[in-house]
Design a protein around this ligand. Structure first.
Ligand code: BGC
Length: 266
């Protein structure tokens, strides 16, 4: 079954690389007009927008820091002034600043929390405000708006050496579910995806060389994921095929969250 998001408008944050890039590309392939947000890497975001346009789609690239309220407002405004409305938000921007706990600085903590958690709050709130003020178009979608948060398996799996990151993703879980509980009756759907080990720049080091084999011990399904694995799920969550899915987190992790250490009887 081919999913069509024709006529809908999406904003993907942190889309100049990795999962955000793949999500923007997949949403455009499904027919959505896409606003590609980037923080510091303008070139890949612009060339993705060009690539989408060359394939007959609609896309723009817009700079902005999701942890800055005024930037988030500008992002939504850019999507709306260019494409007329907003139907889908993929709150994807995220980063890691790894350090052992004893060495973790307040700056390491603050930068991760402000992008991974506060950034998702600001983007979801701005999208909600836009959904509320525009006309509901049931011919486009059964929902009045869709928000997909980018979480991680580390919303449930504790992660030594990354307490800022796992705390931010644990926060995303309750942020997403609390928002979903609060605004569901407005027919705005709010969900999350929780990727495991996916080949992107964020985990290039843990996948390099022999490290891949070690990582695979944590993946019952036996392969490292690719960004498209996540993007496909995001397109589905943004579409009416998932119209009764609300407040859910879809783990896209080849089983990483199944406590694989217990495979051989613990
Ligand atoms: C992290 C990756 C990591 C994966 C599995 C993701 O959320 O960003 O660096 O490889 O979780 O541990």
């Amino acid at each position: 079954m081919r999913i069509s998001l024709e006529g809908q408008v999406a904003l993907v944050t942190g889309a100049s690389s990795g999962l955000g890039y793949a999500c923007a590309e997949a949403l455009a392939a499904a027919g959505a007009a896409v606003t590609i947000n980037y923080h510091s890497h303008r070139e890949p975001a612009e060339s993705l927008a060009e690539k989408i346009r060359a394939h007959g789609g609609q896309a723009i690239a817009v700079a902005g820091d999701v942890s800055v309220e005024a930037d988030v407002d500008k992002l939504i405004a850019a999507a709306v002034s260019t494409f007329g409305r907003l139907d889908i938000l993929v709150a994807n921007s995220g980063l890691q600043k790894d350090a052992s706990f004893g060495d973790m600085t307040l700056a390491d903590w603050n930068s991760v929390i402000s992008v991974n958690l506060t950034g998702q709050l600001l983007c979801a709130r701005a999208a909600l405000r836009q959904f509320r003020q525009q006309q509901f178009k049931p011919e486009l979608s059964r929902a009045a708006g869709k928000i997909v948060h980018m979480s991680s398996v580390h919303q449930v799996i504790p992660w030594a050496g990354h307490v800022n990151y796992s705390a931010s993703k644990g926060g995303v879980d309750l942020l997403m579910r609390s928002i979903a509980q609060e605004i569901g009756e407005e027919r705005i759907r709010v969900n999350a995806v929780a990727p495991g080990a996916i080949k992107t720049a964020i985990n290039a080091d843990s996948i390099k060389g022999g490290a891949e084999e070690k990582l695979l011990e944590l993946v019952p399904y036996g392969r490292i994921g690719v960004p498209e694995d996540v993007a496909n799920a995001v397109v589905w969550l943004a579409s009416d095929l998932s119209d009764y899915v609300h407040g859910a987190t879809l783990f896209i992790d080849g089983g990483m969250s199944l406590y694989p250490g217990f495979r051989n009887n613990g």
